[in-house]
Ligand binder design. Sequence first.
Ligand SMILES: *Cc1c(COP(=O)(O)O)cnc(C)c1O
Length: 230
Amino acid sequence: MSRLAQNYNSVKDRIAKASAHSQTDRIQVQLLAVSKTRPSEDIRKINQLGQQDFGENYLQEALEKITALTKLPIRWHFIGPIQSNKTRQIAENFDWVHTVDRAKIAQRLNDQRPDHLAPISLCIQINLDNESTKSGIVADKAFELASLISALPKLRLRGLMFIPAPQSDYKQQLQTCQKAKTIFDTLKKQYPELDTLSLGMSSDLEAAIEAGSNMVRIGSDIFGERNYST
Ligand SMILES: *Cc1c(COP(=O)(O)O)cnc(C)c1O
């Protein structure tokens, strides 16, 4: 078995084990394979193992891969920061966007989503700890943004996305992830159709799933350490 296939299987295994322990054990945890900086060939190999959801952060790089892999059954998720002059290409080429954090971006994605495509699936990105990342909105403002998004016909609000500051201690990871889950549950009371808590990366996927995440975004533990110089 190739190294990629071994990595992929071991991540699937970790997800299955973590789900068995979590309160959400009857909810399927989705795996989003984060392929930023990785060649199309690696995506093709993981896709052949049955993986259909891939996440990309950098638009130009993503568009090259989407073009190269256009015949494959892949759902593309945009998970990078969004500049407003990039929304058209995102609206035209992606199935999901996880990083919506302001009304202007939501409105442009709606207006620029081509009519022949289904509504684009969106998560609102919440900033839990303000300093570690500049993207995301504070939780209090998510409600207003959710109300705007749910009124737009070419957008489908799916849930919330979080990038917690890196922590190595499991208990701390779990506490942070539980905060995220509480915010998600509060919003879901108003919008019962929400079905996605996008939370958890290579180093905290177990804590995220224990807290109730149902979509983990895994890059390095599948594809290996990223090398930005190549
Ligand atoms: C890179 C990235 C990931 C994957 O991170 P790993 O630690 O490599 O698993 C997940 N989410 C976002 C938003 C990312 O940018």
